[in-house]
Design a protein around this ligand. Structure first.
Ligand SMILES: Nc1ncnc2c1ncn2[C@@H]1O[C@H](COP(=O)(O)OP(=O)(O)OP(=O)(O)O)[C@@H](O)[C@H]1O
Length: 792
């Protein structure tokens, strides 16, 4: 259907373009009398005269049709992307056609009385200008419609494939997110630092600008108020000179001191009003922009918090911080400039234009001959600046990332004496940023120069042509002077517009990542679940397959089937890097399985409400992270309403109380950033207390006692044994002594359960991995010689 419309549009365009051209030519002889002979007469090249012949319009119409035909063929052959990249050539063709048409009317005007007796000339010029401009629009519409068709085709194909169930999860309806996860998997960053996913989700320019405006529109009342105040200010600015000169002239001519006093009083009043409106405008604008900045930061933080864990595997903290602090400001802070410049320029532009036309329509046309060229130049420059600005922001983000990473690991840096290396790394990052800035400076200098030269040439043309008209008596000399004055105003307005455009593109470049992050839908949305089933604590892994999104070709879990019964303690053991922690990450819903499902008491864990789920499942991670607050804050983290008694009870159970008692500030002692002021063992004990306080039905201990000395470990182990009563406990431990008493031990090898049973069951199988692991721990040296690769 769209193809029909496409062809119809092109047909109508060509029909009207050709018809109006030839119809215009029939009207060249006398006023509104059609003469078909004109067509044959003007087609004859021997009758051609640049000053009177409309043959140029026939050539132009053919030229436009050829351009349209070529673009049509390109689009129909599915190469619209290529055409989109080279749309500039179409624009240049259209501008050429526009310029020749506008110059032609000046040529006609040179033959006295020709225009007055040739209404067809106006039709030819008018239609040629309009169809030249329409050409750009029509080609763009063709590209858009073909892309839309292509998208539809792709969607239809996806729908077709998605209706065929391909994986267990799809059949069981357990994972819309899973299939999405494959689709949305973020690919490696490409050369320009923009990920494939980001490129695919990149919005068209207008939609992007619309979204920025939408974000800012939340403060529309303040923006509108400051805009109104700006108009008042502009109006006062405009009338001020006229008002003074009137009043002062009157006072002087009438030699009246009273009138002079009135004039001065009025002057003071106008200036006061100007000062008030200007200050109020600035205040309103600052309020609106700061509020917008705040809103963007908060929304961005929320959007980032909302992302799935795989997103954080790929995006570095420092870079994300840079987006929140630096990039979000650029959106709101650049707005006041745009609004002010737009208003002032619109007033100048529309104020000057009719006056210019009034003084000389011929000269006004001269002013607009090169206008489309400047538009094209501005567009090229703007797009380039947008790219550079995005790159500059990326480079800033990478520098920030280095700072954040180095400061967070300052002890490691110091102990490896890597200060020089890190300094070098940071210098390189800032050098990269500087190189991009240099490119930006070069681009703006070149653009400024070309723009300056172009306008100077146009100025010279205006003087030359204006002088020529004046000398020939076709324009009064005082009109030429007034015209030149307004021409300058128009220049400065257009100049500001182009500056504003490049600034806008700069803002768009800066805001690309912000908008992308704000719009990014997490692959695994933790807010999707809504069920709150009764939790007893049975966990079932049903044919779970999993690969990390950053390494989607490496299967970490392969058809994993495992049942962890309620109230039992199950230990996961096995060689390093074989998927034990990954199993925990899936239970914690950091990632979603590629296929298969994880059930908690029969409910798919993805369907359980986020807060509810995590109040039932608690994790003590391998490297627990504490927050910079007090020990009390850390124990009560995520359970802020817990009482002091509850806090003390779990602190005693986890053996925290014993060392806190010796601290001067007790539970108010600060832990330092990431718990840096605590020892490894103290951190682990606080983390255990933090997990226990919510009295979870399932407790996961991933190497939770690895940082404890043997005395503390046995104390904590006792506490954990006591906590294990009436709850499911999943333990990952390398020291087999800690898992010996577990109800069940599952050996995880290459992402699968290869052995399962009690310690005594497993020890019977002397060829099994568990037996090997135990033997290795009992006789490490002997075992090491036997098999160096079996690292446990
Ligand atoms: N965030 C991640 N992104 C990509 N790959 C990962 C990620 N985390 C772990 N892996 C890889 O997944 C595999 C399994 O890792 P996992 O941490 O589950 O092993 P493990 O059995 O717990 O090891 P260990 O006993 O040493 O803790 C490893 O090859 C590891 O390199």
């Amino acid at each position: 259907m769209r193809v029909v419309f496409h062809v119809l549009f092109i047909f109508l365009y060509s029909l009207f373009d050709i018809f109006l051209t030839f119809f215009g030519i029939t009207l060249y002889s006398s006023k509104w009398s059609i003469n078909f002979e004109n067509i044959w007469k003007n087609l004859n090249i021997f009758n051609y005269s640049y000053w009177t012949s409309p043959l140029d319009f026939i050539i132009l119409v053919c030229f436009r049709q050829i351009v349209l035909l070529i673009t049509f063929i390109i689009v129909r052959y599915g190469k619209s992307e290529k055409l989109k990249k080279h749309i500039l050539f179409v624009d240049i063709a259209a501008v050429l056609s526009y310029m020749i048409s506008t110059i032609k009317i000046l040529a006609f005007d040179e033959t006295s009385g020709f225009l007055a007796n040739s209404p067809g000339a106006f039709i030819n010029v008018g239609s040629s200008i309009v169809f030249s401009l329409l050409l750009c629009g029509l080609v763009r519409v063709s590209i858009l419609s073909s892309q839309f068709n292509y998208q539809r085709l792709e969607e239809d194909q996806t729908e077709e494939t998605s209706t065929t169930p391909t994986s267990t999860s799809e059949v069981e309806g357990g994972s819309t997110t899973n299939s999405e996860s494959t689709d949305n998997e973020t690919e490696k960053e490409e050369d320009d630092g923009v990920s494939k996913e980001e490129k695919e989700n990149r919005l068209p320019l207008l939609k992007h600008v619309y979204l920025i405006m939408k974000i800012c529109s939340k403060q529309w009342k303040w923006f509108l108020l400051s805009y109104g105040l700006l108009l008042v200010n502009c109006a006062l600015n405009l009338i001020e000179p006229a008002l003074y000169s009137q009043m002062l002239t009157n006072a002087i001519t009438m030699k009246s001191f009273d009138i002079l006093k009135h004039a001065c009083f009025l002057l003071a009043a106008v200036q006061l009003a100007e000062a008030i409106s200007s200050t109020a405008k600035t205040t309103c604008m600052s309020y609106a922009t700061n509020k917008t900045t705040k809103q963007i930061r908060v929304n961005l933080f929320k959007a980032i918090l909302h992302q799935d864990i795989s997103f954080f595997d790929e995006n570095k903290t420092g870079q994300l911080m840079s987006r929140i602090t630096h990039d979000s400001d650029s959106i709101s802070n650049s707005l006041p400039g745009y609004i002010e410049t737009t208003t002032e320029n619109l007033i100048n532009f529309f104020g000057a234009l009719p006056i210019m036309v009034y003084y000389s329509w011929q000269l006004s046309i001269t002013a607009f001959i090169t206008f489309p060229i400047s538009l094209i130049l501005t567009k090229i420059y703007g797009l380039y600046i947008e790219k550079l600005s995005e790159k500059a922001n990326d480079a800033t983000a990478i520098s920030n990332e280095t700072v954040q990473e180095v400061l967070a690991a300052i002890r490691t840096v110091r102990s490896f004496a890597s200060e020089r290396t890190e300094y070098g790394r940071y210098t390189k990052n800032t050098d990269d940023w500087f190189k991009i800035s240099l490119k930006s400076i070069m681009a703006s200098t070149t653009f400024g120069l070309v723009w300056y030269l172009m306008w100077n040439v146009e100025d010279v043309l205006v003087y030359l042509y204006g002088g020529y008209l004046t000398i020939n008596g076709r324009m009064a000399s005082e009109n030429l002077l007034s015209y030149v004055f307004y021409h300058w105003r128009l220049h400065s307005a257009l100049n500001s517009f182009t500056n504003m455009f490049s600034d806008l593109m700069r803002t768009i470049g800066s805001s690309r990542k912000v908008i992308y992050l704000l719009n990014r839908k997490p692959v695994l949305d933790y807010e999707n679940g809504s069920e709150t089933p009764e939790v007893l604590g049975t966990i079932v892994f049903d044919g779970v397959e999993f690969a990390y999104p950053t390494r989607k070709n490496v299967e970490v879990l392969k058809n994993l089937n495992l049942t962890i019964e309620k109230g039992k303690t199950v230990a996961l053991v096995g060689p390093s890097g074989n998927g034990k922690t990954t199993i925990v990450s899936l239970i914690e819903q950091f990632y979603a399985p590629k296929s298969g499902q994880i059930l908690l008491d029969g409910t798919n864990i993805q369907n359980i409400q986020h807060e509810y789920y995590h109040s039932k499942v608690a994790l003590v991670a391998q490297e627990p992270t504490l927050f910079s607050g007090s020990i009390r804050d850390n124990i009560l983290y995520g359970y802020e309403n817990g009482s002091e008694e509850e806090m003390l009870k779990v602190a005693k159970m986890a053996n925290v109380h014993e060392f806190v008692e010796k601290l001067e500030k007790g539970y108010d002692t600060k832990c330092g950033e990431k718990g840096i002021q605590m020892s490894g063992g103290q951190k682990q004990r606080i983390a255990i207390a933090r997990a226990l306080i919510r009295n979870p039905a399932i407790l996961i201990l991933d190497e939770a006692t690895s940082a404890l000395d043997s005395e503390s470990e046995s104390l904590v182990q006792d506490a954990l044994n006591c906590c294990a009563k009436n709850r499911t406990v999943i333990i990952i431990a390398h020291r087999l002594s800690t898992v010996k008493n577990a109800d069940k031990i599952a050996v995880i090898e290459k992402g699968q359960v290869t052995e399962i049973g009690t310690h005594f069951d497993l020890m019977k199988n002397i060829d099994g991995m568990y037996y090997k692991l135990v033997s290795k721990q009992l006789e490490p040296k002997k075992e090491e010689q036997k098999n160096d690769d079996d690292i446990f």
